[in-house]
Write a protein that binds this ligand. Structure first.
Ligand code: OOB
Length: 524
């Protein structure tokens, strides 16, 4: 695939020789016993045979529709059986799903369709009053597939055809394109090959001890790397267990499912874990089947991590991961101190990490620095982004994570902060520059700078500092006005500011850049 940066040949040889990369492809992940339950979603209960058959028939349906091997297909579906079926069908025929989140809107989706030159867009009907089909009418794609009432488009259920023969994808091909949290004006796409992503999900499933007896609840968007493949629903399928899809992480949705399906494992972001810790003290639902709560996406406070076993009756595992690749996990047999106070250590013996100062020199052991990484499942370049790649990677192929960490003698990492211009809103990533660019289009705004404000529940919320145009100073726009403006521009709601502040000028760093540190300090 053009726009994809391969690993150097000598590393490819090494990763193959050492068994990290195999010939397995993403379409092969359904490895449960035929009659066992693979997927529970709403009223759908599918055995491994049922799910395999639906994926195979839908694969034939996509081919008949005209989707081809090597195509990119933007997929934007909630946690439904349709997501799983569409994903498996596409990866089997070698068309790469571009995994958008249900919260994304026209600004993100149009851009993704254009960047990926997608041949098709797969969506649901509506979400809280928003009609995906209305948006789909304006998108530059050949085919639109809707899971539900398709109106003039093709219904996912009608992509149902007699199974056909098709060539197996090459394990070295790009299997899926994930969205990056982003630090630039426009979102970036992360190409994940079949073999690197299969390694990612299988090694994670091994580390987490997943087996055919695992019952895994998906509460994060299934399209997010954490819930998809770390080990996620794909790792559960590879282990032969059962995946249960929840519409959200709220205790009202999740707890009854945990009781009814005897859920054993779940991946959550810190705000969900905090809600659960609170709700478990009064809920009457039986959570006793839970064995493992993975928490990641943003930093979980040590004190809260320590409460999990007593309150929820299960182990906690911290996961510091990224869609770009590198995953760090605390281990199931780590002592409580490491589980509570660290964000884990790298998944793979072949993960290479460096912790460097601003000049790119390795810091002394235990010192804080920026985390750089490369390895068998970490990207070598964003998709079709050569200028950005020149900055985001070192000349020897390390990805600059933008995360500030320190390493303990055990190899565990503690996340100490961030260098990238991004707000981590309870695991949802907001690129400051992307939001600033939208704000600058507002007629009342002369300049904008976006920073994170500490928040007890979300970790951080988003504050936009605005310098207003003189003409607007008499009647400044309200937060509501700004949100309406951003909604009209088609920006996903989780990227809207939570708070506005006006300023006459922005503090500058010695080199003349806006000092976000000084701006954030104004809020204290
Ligand atoms: C996960 O992936 P992304 O791509 O949404 O975000 C990655 C970034 C990291 O670079 C880091 O800044 C932050 O999210 N992060 C954490 C963290 N886990 C992720 N910061 C502090 N503590 C943690 N435990 O967020 C993701 C992907 C796979 C598994 C888990 C999380």
């Amino acid at each position: 695939m053009d726009g994809f940066t391969p690993w150097p040949a000598e590393l490819e040889e090494r990763y193959k020789a050492e068994g990290y990369w195999t010939d397995r492809v993403l379409g092969d992940v359904l490895r449960g016993d035929p009659g066992r339950t693979a997927l529970i979603a709403g009223d759908d209960r599918l055995t491994y045979v049922d799910l395999d058959r639906r994926a195979e028939r839908t694969a034939a349906g996509f081919l008949r529709l005209g989707v081809r091997r090597g195509d990119r297909v933007v997929v934007q579906l909630p946690n439904t059986a349709g997501f799983v079926v569409a994903f498996l069908a596409l990866v089997r025929i070698g068309a790469a799903p571009v995994l958008a989140l249900p919260a994304h809107r026209e600004s993100e989706i149009r851009y993704l369709c254009e960047l990926a030159e997608a041949s098709a867009y797969v969506c649901g009907e509506t979400d809280a009053g928003f009609d995906y089909r209305a948006m789909a009418r304006t998108l530059p794609v050949e085919h639109v597939v809707v899971d539900g009432d398709a109106q003039e488009f093709t219904a996912l259920a009608d992509l149902d055809a007699e199974p056909v023969e098709y060539p197996r994808p090459d394990p070295a091909d790009v299997g899926v394109l994930l969205l990056s949290g982003g630090t630039t004006g426009l979102p970036k796409l992360i190409p994940r090959t079949h073999r690197d992503y299969v390694y990612n999900l299988e090694a994670s499933a091994g580390l987490c001890g997943f087996t055919r007896d695992t019952v895994y609840l998906v509460v994060l968007p299934a399209a997010h790397n954490f819930a998809l493949a770390c080990p996620g629903l794909l790792g559960v399928f590879a282990a032969g267990g059962t995946v249960v899809l929840a519409p959200s992480g709220s205790p009202d949705d999740a707890f009854p499912l945990i009781e009814r399906e005897r859920v054993t494992a779940c991946a959550a972001v810190p705000p969900i874990a905090l809600l659960w810790l609170d709700a478990a003290t009064w809920s009457e639902d039986d959570l006793s089947s839970l064995e493992l709560l993975q928490v990641g996406g943003a930093k979980l406070a040590a004190e809260r991590a320590a409460e999990v076993p007593g309150v929820l009756g299960c182990r906690v595992q911290q996961v510091f991961g990224m869609a770009e690749g590198l995953l760090n996990f605390t281990r199931l047999d780590d002592p409580p101190d490491l589980v509570e106070r660290t964000q884990g250590r790298p998944l793979s013996p072949a993960d290479e990490i460096r912790i460097v100062d601003a000049g790119g020199r390795t810091v002394a052991p235990g010192e804080v620095g920026e985390l750089l990484t490369r390895g068998p499942y970490t990207l070598r370049g964003y998709y079709r982004a050569p200028a950005h790649n020149a900055r985001a990677f070192t000349p020897d192929g390390y990805y600059r994570t933008g995360d500030l960490v320190r390493e303990l003698p055990s190899g565990h990492l503690v996340v100490e902060g961030r260098e990238k211009d991004q707000i981590n809103r309870g695991g949802d990533k907001v690129s400051a520059e992307e939001l600033e660019d939208h704000l600058l289009a507002h007629p009342a705004i002369h300049d904008a700078a976006v920073v994170g404000v500490p928040d007890p529940m979300m970790g951080e919320r988003t504050c936009a500092f605005l310098i207003l145009r003189d003409a607007a100073k008499a009647a400044p726009p309200s937060l509501r006005d700004i949100k309406d403006f951003l909604r009209d521009r088609g920006l996903a709601a989780y990227k809207w500011p939570d708070r506005l502040e006006t300023a006459d000028a922005f503090p500058r760093t010695p080199v003349g850049k806006v000092s976000k540190k000084a701006l954030a300090a104004r809020l204290q």
